[in-house]
Design a protein around this ligand. Structure first.
Ligand SMILES: [Zn+2]
Length: 306
């Protein structure tokens, strides 16, 4: 974003945690239009009347607005918004999901990630979009651990594990080795943009992770595989474990929502099940459900329902 540009935000954040990210918009010289969540009509009206260059929202809400605009005959693609900044949950970095958002908004989608306890928007994509750079070097120290054992993992190129963060310069309530519950993949090679900070891609939340016969399964990874079947599917899924445990016996039940006016072609469920097996090494049962039957969110999507 450049000084002088306009941005519309949809976070109901107070001044303490995530609100600091919103204050940064003014700090870098943007005109900030804070709309908040809960009223898509008002948000779309603000976009039409105030013509922002960018919108910042959760990926779930960005996807919800594409559907909302479609149902209300609103031309989101033709709007002034050329950049959509997503943060708050995984999704913006999943290629198929990102492509859907870019198509629906007619805008470039970039992703940022932070955590209220440590700092907001600590990580963000550059123009190369090859993972999110740590923008808080010298302020926050990143480490990786194995989420099951808690043991440290080497922060090397290609490594994956749970992200652990420590404050280096926080004076009031510094946190040391804070577990973020974000499971990330690390990139350390030089980025074409010239920035040298490590980059991560968020694979999913450790909280959401299930272990199916020894294999770690992230619901966001299931969504990523399923989304590749668009336009036959809507991209909405629910993983429905049969017990409340992290460890699950296969097959893992997954509900997959069909596209609007979509009908299940013979073999679609089998094709999805087979792709999940070959990509994630997990046995599933795939139930196809009609469009609109899995709930939408204006904030963060629930991918698991026990
Ligand atoms: Zn870069």
């Amino acid at each position: 974003m450049e000084p002088g540009e306009r941005i519309v935000s949809t976070y109901n954040a107070g001044p303490f945690a995530a609100g600091a990210a919103l204050a940064s918009f003014e700090r870098i010289g943007l005109t900030h239009v804070p709309v908040g969540t809960g009223n898509s009509e008002r948000l779309v009206r603000a976009i039409e009347l105030l013509r922002p260059d960018a919108a910042v929202l959760t990926p779930s809400y960005a996807a919800h607005l594409v559907e909302w605009a479609d149902a209300h005959d609103v031309d989101l693609r033709g709007s002034s918004v050329e950049r959509v900044l997503v943060a708050g949950e995984p999704g913006g970095g999943e290629p198929a999901f990102r492509a859907e958002l870019e198509e629906g908004w007619g805008a470039r989608v970039t992703e940022a990630m932070g955590i209220g306890d440590i700092g907001v928007s600590l990580w963000g994509e550059c123009e190369e979009q090859d993972g999110m750079h740590l923008g808080a070097r010298g302020f926050v120290h990143p480490e990786l651990i194995d989420p099951e054992t808690g043991s440290a993992l080497e922060l090397r190129d290609g490594a994956s594990g749970e992200l652990v963060l420590s404050h280096l310069r926080h004076r009031a309530a510094p946190l040391l080795r804070f577990r973020t519950r974000d499971h990330v993949q690390v990139r350390l090679g030089r980025c074409a943009c010239g920035r040298t900070g490590p980059r991560v891609r968020c694979v999913g939340r450790t909280d959401d992770m299930l272990i199916v016969r020894g294999v770690n399964v992230f619901p966001s990874a299931v969504r990523e595989v399923v989304s590749a079947f668009a336009p036959e599917v809507s991209g909405h899924i629910r993983v429905r474990p049969r017990s409340g445990d992290v460890k699950q016996e296969p097959p893992l039940p997954v509900s997959v929502e069909l596209a609007r006016e979509g009908t299940a072609r013979p073999g679609l469920a089998d094709a999805i099940r087979e792709r999940l097996r070959s990509t994630l090494v997990v046995q599933t049962t795939v139930e196809l459900v009609p469009w609109g039957s899995l709930g939408r969110s204006e904030y963060k999507s629930k991918l698991v329902e026990h």
